[in-house]
Design a protein around this ligand. Structure first.
Ligand code: ZN
Length: 333
């Protein structure tokens, strides 16, 4: 049964269960642990080819609950399957352990030619393969939604990160700002260079429209307020049925562009602000944000900067925070 695939996967009790089945209006196939493909009997006229991933960070449970709801609605026939879907549960050992990751951050590893060893690199390779295989067979208006929740509070609890995209303007995937607004996003953050996240993988290698979606704050299973995510729930339902999403008002979105990445370059490194500062907190010109024994202090110059995803305890050479500035409505990149 479709609707207990998720719990069986997390319990590790999938062995011996059928890898295929027929929910109303289509069929499903389990390609591997936490990798489920749904194919409609009849593809709807507005259908897109959609990858939906959750649990790339294991303690981010609200997206997993949204996936569970979606599968239950399809199994019960409350939603009619009308589009090809690839559903992915990312880091299963870390979901079971209720931790962000086991050995290393999975969401930095989605790059072809990855030669690291270990559980997370192995999982990244399996997921890249699954996405390659799916988009090779389903090319129509490809879309990847990689759903997360954030460790800290945020001035904008729900926001989309748009991976950096280069190449020819004609072949670059477009972003659909009205769809993000209708899904309840409050802000959009535009990346300024490649970072090897799962959503970047689909943009970069498959020219898919793709986002990392931050959907509120990390909470344990059962403690999430899914009603606050009703816009996201409606978007997933529309995509599964292959119907156009609700119309959103782009004026509801605040746009930000990454200006700097604060990198940790020494063991003697610290961020000068409170550890629990909310995402998008703004710092004025002249404020010192970090001290690093090698690269020296980082001071805000020219115009205020807002901090997103700060984490002083990253590995050496890794990013300790994104520093962003507001920007106008970007042309569809
Ligand atoms: Zn995450």
């Amino acid at each position: 049964m479709l609707d207990d695939w998720l719990s069986a996967t997390l319990e590790g009790s999938v062995a011996g269960r059928p890898a295929r089945g027929q929910p109303p209006g289509g069929r499903y196939r389990v390609h591997g642990e936490g990798i489920l493909e749904l194919t409609p009997d009849v593809t709807a006229p507005d259908a897109r080819s959609v990858v939906i991933s959750a649990g790339i960070h294991g303690n981010e449970t609200a997206p997993i609950e949204l996936v569970g709801e979606l599968l239950a609605a399809l199994e019960a026939g409350r939603l009619a399957l009308g589009a090809p879907l690839l559903i992915i549960l990312g880091n299963i050992p870390s979901i079971r352990a209720q931790t962000r990751f086991i050995d290393t951050n999975l969401n930095r590893l989605f790059q072809r030619g990855l030669d690291q060893e270990g559980e997370e690199p192995k999982r990244a390779r399996a997921l890249m393969h699954a996405v390659d295989d799916f988009f090779a067979r389903h090319r129509h208006r490809p879309l990847h939604l990689d759903m997360h929740t954030a460790i800290r509070d945020s001035r904008y609890p729900r926001f989309a990160v748009v991976p950096y995209t280069d190449g020819q303007a004609e072949t670059r995937p477009r972003s659909a700002w009205p769809d993000l607004a209708a899904a309840g996003m409050q802000a959009v953050l535009l990346q300024h260079r490649h970072s090897w996240t799962f959503s970047h993988y689909s943009r970069h290698y498959h020219a898919a429209e793709a986002y990392t979606l931050e959907l509120g704050k990390v909470r344990p299973f059962g403690d999430n307020d899914l009603d606050a995510l009703h816009g996201m729930r409606a978007w997933l339902a529309a995509l599964a049925q292959g119907v156009p999403p609700a119309d959103g008002n782009v004026a509801d979105l605040r746009f930000f562009q990454v200006a700097f990445e604060l990198m940790r370059t020494s063991d003697d490194f610290r961020l000068t602000f409170a550890e629990d500062v909310a995402n998008f907190s703004e710092f004025a010109v002249g404020e010192r944000l970090a001290e690093d024994a090698v690269s020296g202090p980082f001071v805000v110059e020219t115009a205020p900067l807002s901090v997103v995803f700060p984490n002083a305890r990253v590995e050496l050479g890794a990013r300790a925070a994104l520093l962003v500035r507001p920007c106008g409505l970007p042309g569809s990149p």
